[in-house]
Ligand binder design. Structure first.
Ligand code: PMP
Length: 466
């Protein structure tokens, strides 16, 4: 059993790591070590903590991949999965249905902004984005606008690892060595105020972004553009918060040009920003579709989906092509176990976690902000319970320490020693702990991060890299 779980026992943990090096291809590997990577084994989780293969307890700083929203080892979630699997573990979704998927859709629609009324379930975030885009293509085909298919995306974006979703990704390293459907995608600037042109204030920067958006549409022609896809807060790009009012202005331009606005809330939904959905409640926008995943089950089961506007569905129902089929579905669409655990997870969020997340968020942000005292730190930014510590060579040039691209990895290594898992992103560290984190635990997390960054500064100085 130990060899299978890696829990607690250091030797069993080492075996698992060795077996992985021989047989496992890990996600996001480097060519030089693909299929042979040694990654830290995580054996157990409990609340905001995880335990590594050596039995060392760490704060789960990134909550898995922004997903363990209600925390690890929730017995009620484990139990509901067991009970549902014992009652009905699967049904064939293209001619039968199950009750948990319908009930979850009703509750999701209740929380969704505008006229978003129906849910299409997927297996995660990439398949949710893929579904929204294929739905847009189908919608325009049925409306007799087969040329209206281009997709607007932005620098800094991350939308997934399936082919079309990945084609939207705007971080250079996601595309440097990878192909994509470039003929379908138009890239715009990242709405990153930290890296706005020198001497420009944020309001002028917002005007510049909006002007770019309008100009590109005018240049290409709205009749060729099907959708804009954007994260309300660019998560994997480094927790990039757009300038005030930017999202509302982009939303209005999309509406004026019959371009579907797809809000990718794979990270921001289900509590990360204190609400089930952030589009309406935090940013005041009503998208045509919202994609979600991760926090919908707090990572206990692979589930995602798209919430779709009633207006779009109504248009399809009234089309001249009642026989046209949206030929799109996954074996695990509407999975009963996933939907059952999501329902229980939503109960927990509504009953205890959302209010707590809203209450501690200002403290979380204020404590992290104190790290700007450290000279390596260029900026700490964030919203709700997501934040990014961005390191720079110097604050004047904002040079992202390209000489030492692994500064985030160095900070993570020190923090691991000290009891905190950090998500390194080149020169940045992303923090997005389970939403149940207490004020005392936030103090611990920030103290460790401060020490990890201080030790990294010493290393860089000693090695003459900074
Ligand atoms: N969209 C966003 C905004 C994401 O952050 C991610 C994953 N990090 C995805 C989509 C893809 O989700 P998944 O990994 O579940 O396919």
């Amino acid at each position: 059993r130990q060899a299978r779980t890696g829990g607690g026992d250091a030797e069993a943990g080492q075996d698992a790591v060795e077996t992985a090096r021989r047989h496992l291809v890990q996600p996001w590997p480097m060519a030089g070590s693909v299929g042979a990577e040694a990654r830290a084994l995580i054996g157990e989780g409990d609340g905001i903590y995880i335990t590594d293969g050596n039995g060392k307890r760490l704060i789960d700083g990134p909550a898995g991949m922004w997903c363990i929203n209600v925390g690890h080892r929730r017995e009620e979630l484990a139990k509901v999965m067991y009970d549902q699997a014992m009652q009905l573990s699967y049904n064939t979704p293209w001619y039968t249905m199950n009750a948990p998927s319908a009930e979850l859709a009703r509750r999701i629609a209740d929380h969704a902004p505008g006229d978003l009324s129906h849910v299409f379930y997927t297996t995660g975030g990439s398949s949710a984005v893929e579904t929204a885009l294929r739905f847009m293509q189908f919608y325009n085909n049925v409306r007799g606008r087969p040329e209206k298919k281009l997709i607007l995306s932005r620098g800094g974006a991350y939308h997934g690892s399936t082919y079309l979703a990945a084609s939207l990704n705007g971080r250079p390293r996601d595309r440097d060595w990878m192909d994509g459907a470039d003929d379908l995608v138009v890239k715009l600037s990242s709405p990153d105020p930290f890296r706005r042109p020198k001497g420009m204030d944020v309001a002028a920067f917002a005007d510049m972004l909006v002007a770019e958006f309008r100009d590109r549409i005018a240049e290409i022609g709205a009749e060729r553009i099907g959708a804009f896809v954007g994260e309300p807060v660019q998560a994997s790009g480094g927790v990039i918060l757009p300038p005030d009012g930017y999202l509302k202005r982009i939303r209005a331009i999309c509406r004026d040009n019959d371009i579907l606005f797809i809000s990718d809330e794979v990270v921001t939904a289900f509590g990360r920003l204190g609400h089930v959905f952030a589009s309406g409640e935090v940013f005041g926008i009503d998208p045509d579709m919202i994609t979600f995943a991760k926090g919908v089950t707090s990572g206990y089961f692979p589930l995602g989906g798209v919430v779709i506007s009633e207006r779009l569905l109504e248009e399809l129902r009234r089309s001249n092509h009642p026989d046209a089929m949206f030929a799109h579905g996954l074996t695990y669409t509407s999975h009963p176990v996933g939907c059952a655990v999501a329902l229980k997870n939503l109960d927990i969020l509504e009953d205890e976690v959302l209010a707590h997340a809203r209450a501690v968020a200002p403290y979380f942000q204020a404590r992290l902000k104190t790290l700007e005292e450290l000279p390596l730190v260029g900026e700490v930014r964030g919203l709700g319970l997501m934040a990014c510590v961005e390191c720079v060579a110097d604050r004047e040039s904002k040079n992202p320490l390209q000489l030492d691209r692994a500064v985030g990895v160095r900070i993570d290594a020190h923090c691991h020693e000290l009891g905190l898992l950090v998500r390194p992103l080149i020169n940045m560290c992303v923090m997005s702990p389970p939403l149940t984190i207490s004020r005392e635990q936030i103090d611990d997390m920030v103290a460790i991060l401060r020490e990890g960054i201080s030790r990294t500064m010493e290393d860089l100085r000693r090695e003459g890299l900074w």
